[in-house]
Design a protein around this ligand. Sequence first.
Ligand SMILES: [Cu+2]
Length: 145
Amino acid sequence: MDPEEALMWSATPRARSALLLAPVCLLALVIACGGNDQNGKPAGGSVADATTSGAVTIVARDNKYDKTTVKVAVNQEVAVTLTNKGSALHNWHLLGIKNPDGSDVKTDLIGSGETQTIRFTVDKPGTYEIKCDIHPEMTGKLMAQ
Ligand SMILES: [Cu+2]
């Protein structure tokens, strides 16, 4: 094999792998940009106001809620929908309030891609803690007024 032929043989696989890698890099870039868009929202959680609509949707990721403060009106039924966009199991557990049957106000632990809606009524004004039963760092508060 002469030197020129050797160069061609060594360059071709490199060129091939460059061609193969180009779409992968592009895909990675697109995914990275998508992540940046999501991270562009204010960190540390935002407020979900259910005082007029009586309904809120909370998105759980690994490991935080997109809405860490939920405002509700006293004596009005509230529907909280939890959607899990993370990969771990998460739930939404409201402390200090019980359902009429004495059970805790909480969603089940739901898996990635799952959604669950619970309904409850807060009958006393105040601030109540919210937590995920698996992740101690996943917290929030519910303000009833
Ligand atoms: Cu969790």
